[in-house]
Write a protein that binds this ligand. Structure first.
Ligand SMILES: Nc1nc2c(c(=O)[nH]1)N[C@H]1C(S)=C(S)[C@@H](COP(=O)(O)O)O[C@H]1N2
Ligand SMILES: [Mo]
Length: 252
């Protein structure tokens, strides 16, 4: 059976089982097709699994909406975060010339990229929305290197399943499955609107995932690990969000 018709069949099956409240059937389907999110356990687990599986099957490769230049927000509003560490402030004083993004884990060539290295790779732009789980949003132009380019450069191994990413801000980390990591709109973002990405918005380097809620868009990115399991990271739920009742998969 072709991938497409199989996908349609599974998606149809999921919709039917969801309406029949057949969570056990959905669970079997998702296990069979490897669509269990890392936060599948616990009270919200069945719901998260169904959301993740259904969205993955129905919206795979669907791009987030892109806006015209005239719709860029006049006063985008940053969640204010103080410069996170003294080391950050020292790097900022050096114009971030010493900033490195280290990429390791299940890769053929672990690499530390400077911002200049990333700028020398294919750089793209997108005009997309940041949507916070609390209800506000804004539209901006984001300029960066697609994460897929970096994963190609380091030679991510074929059996890797997740990309974990870490901010220099303590305890700020998250992860994406390979589908979302390789999505063409997933950017390592260095620029915003007409200039460098301001620190308030996560500069010098921010993960931009417009297909998911604001909280997946980590600021001050400095480390990426490619892995086949999120079990050994934190509580093994894929990010800290599920500990606070928010889904690991935050598709919008
Ligand atoms: N390092 C770091 N990144 C972060 C956060 C944070 O507290 N620390 N907050 C997240 C949340 S909840 C949202 S909604 C967006 C807000 O993005 P903005 O400041 O560009 O509006 O950043 C995300 N990235
Ligand atoms: Mo948020």
């Amino acid at each position: 059976m072709s991938g497409f018709s199989r996908r349609k069949l599974i998606a149809g099956g999921l919709a039917a089982t969801a309406s029949a409240a057949g969570l056990a059937v959905a669970d079997r389907l998702t296990r069979r097709y490897g669509l269990l999110p890392p936060d599948a356990g616990g009270i919200f687990g069945p719901g998260e699994t169904l959301t993740y599986a259904a969205q993955s099957l129905l919206t795979a490769h669907r791009p987030a909406r892109e806006f015209s230049r005239s719709m860029i927000s006049k006063d985008p509003f940053a969640v204010p975060i103080a410069p996170p560490t003294d080391a950050f402030k020292r790097s900022q004083a050096l114009g971030f010339t010493d900033w490195r993004l280290t990429v390791d884990g299940m890769v053929a060539r672990p690499t530390a990229f400077s911002l200049a290295d990333l700028r020398a790779m294919p750089v793209r732009n997108q005009i997309t929305e940041v949507a916070c789980e609390e209800g506000w949003s804004y539209v901006a132009e984001w300029i960066g290197t697609p994460l897929s380019e970096v994963l190609r450069e380091v030679g991510a191994l074929p059996h890797a399943r997740y990309v974990a990413y870490f901010s220099v801000e303590p305890d700020q980390w998250d992860s994406l499955d390979m589908g979302e990591a390789l999505h063409p709109q997933t950017f390592l973002t260095m620029g915003m609107n007409d200039g460098a990405l301001p620190a308030a918005f996560g500069g010098p380097l921010r993960m931009r995932v417009p297909m998911q809620l604001g909280y997946k868009n980590l600021k001050f990115l400095h480390h990426i690990t490619v892995t086949d399991s999120m079990k050994r990271f934190g509580k093994g739920l894929g990010s800290t969000s599920p500990e606070g009742g928010y889904a690991w998969f935050a598709g919008i």
